[in-house]
Design a protein. Structure first.
Length: 394
């Protein structure tokens, strides 16, 4: 674990900007604890999404899932980016982080109501609590870092205005809420771009890459947990393991392949500028959302195979193949964009995405998807890693 390089005592340190090329910078115990608490909201959202899909509420379920997951991803990412530049690990910093954790738990309590009833009251209040804690952090940074004071004040002001608007959004008439939600989401995305024009914060490329990788790992693990729960529920009824064997095998192959594909690249080397890092961070909305949806999709297919689903066979298959294809496509495009030029396996990735989507219409879509993902790993990652070993040996 890394310790913040700041002056002062553990009770209170000056919140000066951390060095962007700090040696041996890794995730702190507080950041890891934050992630574990945050994944509760991911798990609750995934479970509510699964229930909506299983009930046949596809359009409403997908829309609600996208809206709720935006709040989860954006609040997590803003904490992560701030911590990379200003983590002091003193008492005030820890207490404000605990406030954000509390907001995440409130959000998790409101996800079911948001997805199933369209009631965003609880989740909005949890989100606003988290974001207002970030306002306090940015104001503290503005006081201690004169060189980037304008940038920090822009962050604080932008977040405060948008959070006030989110609370006002709760009383907007029903038919105007979705357009208003879209406008506020765009405003959230615009705040960092506007703030960083005043002065760039000193985020750490390797630390950012590690933080996003760790959260991807946790979300993939949550998908496995959700799928395991669905399998256990099926076996507790009159289903046999033979009824769901292809789903278990295909799901295991898929998740392992997604993990391999994500961590096959060295992202930190490519996060050299603000534009690239912004695309990297914003693109992870799709990575995280698709990773969490994979578990929900597999659970839906288990329910379908045991006669407890309410979707068509193709609908249940699409609930799995679409998020898997979305994850593969997102990871491929993120690394392609970060590299700054097309790479040799571009055609292979495109064909794999097409094959995963086509698996929707296969007799065993989950198994076929897992096999396609495994072949994609064999075609792109294994040769690259063998080449790296040979180069190191030379």
């Amino acid at each position: 674990m890394s310790a913040p390089q700041t002056a002062g005592t553990a009770w209170r340190r000056r919140m000066v900007a951390r060095v962007a090329d700090e040696k041996h910078r890794t995730a702190t115990a507080l950041e890891l604890f934050f992630d574990l608490c945050f994944v509760v909201a991911v798990a609750q959202t995934s479970a509510a999404f699964e229930e909506e899909l299983a009930a046949g509420h596809v359009a409403g379920g997908v829309l609600g899932y996208a809206l709720v997951f935006f709040a989860i991803w954006w609040a997590w990412m803003n904490f992560t980016w701030f911590a990379s530049a200003y983590d002091t690990d003193d008492i005030p910093y820890r207490l404000l982080t605990v406030v954000q954790i509390g907001g995440a738990l409130v959000m998790s309590a409101g996800t079911a109501a948001a997805l199933q009833d369209g009631d965003y009251t609880v989740i909005t209040w949890g989100y606003v609590v988290m974001r207002l804690a970030m306002v306090s952090q940015w104001l503290r940074a503005a006081r201690s870092d004169p060189e980037r004071r304008r940038s920090c004040l822009r962050y604080a002001a932008g977040i405060l205005v948008v959070q006030t608007s989110w609370l006002a959004h709760l009383v907007v008439p029903g038919d105007l809420r979705l357009p208003a939600h879209a406008v506020l989401a765009l405003a959230e995305l615009a705040v960092p771009v506007w703030a960083e024009r005043a002065a760039n914060t000193t985020w750490h490329p390797r630390h950012i890459a590690e933080r996003f990788g760790l959260f991807t790992l946790i979300v993939l693990g949550e998908s496995i947990t959700a799928a395991a729960g669905a399998v256990r529920a099926a076996l507790d009824t009159d289903a046999t393991f033979g009824d769901i064997a292809t789903l278990v095998l295909g799901g295991t192959l898929t998740v392992c392949a997604l993990w391999w594909l994500y961590f096959a690249q060295n992202a930190s080397r490519r996060l050299g500028g603000f534009t690239t890092a912004t695309l990297w961070g914003y693109g992870h909305y799709a990575v995280f959302a698709c990773a969490a949806a994979v578990g929900a999709g597999l659970a839906v297919n288990v329910a379908q195979a045991t006669g407890h689903g309410h979707l068509t066979a193709y609908g249940a298959a699409a609930a799995y193949t679409v998020p898997v294809a979305g994850f593969v496509l997102s990871v491929w495009l993120l690394h392609r964009t970060a590299a700054g030029h097309p790479t040799a396996p571009d055609v292979v990735h495109a064909l794999a995405v097409a094959a995963i989507l086509a698996a929707t219409f296969a007799p065993a879509p989950v198994l076929v998807t897992g096999l396609v993902c495994a072949l994609l790993v064999a075609a792109t990652c294994v040769p690259r890693e063998r080449g790296g070993v040979r180069a190191a040996a030379v």
